[in-house]
Write a protein that binds this ligand. Sequence first.
Ligand code: GLU
Length: 519
Amino acid sequence: MSERKVRVRFAPSPTGPLHIGGVRTALYNYLFAKQHGGDLIFRIEDTDSNRFVPGAEEYIIESFKWLGIQFDEGVSFGGDYGPYRQSERRDIYKKYVQQLLDNGKAYLAFDTPEELDAKRQEIENFQYDAKTRMMMRNSLTLSKEEVDALIADGKQYVVRFMIEPGRDVHVDDLIRGDVSINSSILDDKVLYKSADELPTYHLANIVDDHLMEVSHVIRGEEWLPSAPLHVLLYEAFGWQDTMPRFAHLPLLLKPVGNGKLSKRDGDKLGFPVFPLEWHDPKSGEVSSGYREKGYLPEALVNFLALLGWNPGNDQEIMSMDELIRLFDLSKCSKSGARFDYVKGIWFNHQYLLQKPAEEWVPEFDKILRENGIESTPEKEAQVVEMMKQKVIEYVDNDGNKKKRNISFVSDLWPLTKFFFVAPETYDKEDKFVRKNWKETTAMEMDELIGVLEALDDFSVESQKEMIEAWTEARGFKPWNAWRVCLVGTGQGPDMYELAAFLGKEETIKRMENAIAQLK
Ligand code: GLU
């Protein structure tokens, strides 16, 4: 048999914002498709109208646009296998449901919710299956006339898949190998509901994967329990020869503790679990997003790619092109991947530092404006250049003071205010001030003002030459006190660079101010 063309799909249900685990699933599908010169399909699985959330579909599309994950066909992208929204495929599903009914692989069930409840009361661990189906009200126990009468009467029904018990069902998973279960534990799943004339997820998913010629189903581990049922559905339709290969990806686990990653972990530890900020249309609740938090899409992609897969060595920084080249579905791990969000911050640091200062400027400028500061792109780029290698202090979730590299453009602001705003007051109690402002300092600073005043050229080189000559002659070490004058504390870049940035007038003004206040 010739190799099939690789066709994979990402098939979310539009029930809310796309969870970060879904982003990873889509990414792996994308990498796999690109690597094999295949197609990536974007299908919307919206057969459960109760869970439909307006705006979710648009949100998902915008997320992938931001991330640089491109689809070849699907909702909003077009293609020859459409429509790609399941709610627009009702007639297609009806035909296939009828096929299963005609072949005796499925049956109609008229049991009302009350009747089902009563059975659950009566029989412990009730399940609608080979053991119980003959006790229920369905087309297997009712006569053809009774069934026709019920339908003519407008009674609602569901179509159930008739599972043959006692069979070993094998799922051949590219990551997990052979996964098998006995069919006796499966229930006769509902495939279709007359009430809304829509199929359930299972039927629509299988029919569409078949009709859209999907070659590989790459999805989260949470769908593994459905896979045996899906295998049986392929058989029931007679499609076993073109059944897609399965690959169930490892779960994303909590950063700390046990269990799978949830939105609550993000809220508690302060990291987003959604790619973009999400405004819930019902509750109005706003959930943070990676984009708005200042992550670069390349950094997020790189971080997610390594949650459940690695290239077999310790290479960590990989562009999308490299990921496409190196990714190997069969080398994905079976066990869950801990969502180490601190590593995500590290990736952002790495990618941000690769960017020239000019690319930091738009975001930096926005933050400055929010703080009432207007500057020029040139000045802002200079500040970025001077400060991007710095370390910031922060308080971690256990209340401990920690340090990390600048990882977001927004990290710059607390470290750079003094470039744009002179210290208003000088704090004598500040540790750095106390240590570096001595009895004789005011006198030294006065002398330094004299040296600076004499400079026509206020460049780093020119300052350096004059000031070094002066310190050598006088035996002074004025740098820390000078820093106090210009910054107010022990922060900031090289002093010559800072003074050159501020200019002669502003530098001297700050020095005079400090002398007056700290005397
Ligand atoms: N609609 C399912 C979801 O929301 C698709 C699962 C699958 O990929 O089969 O993830």
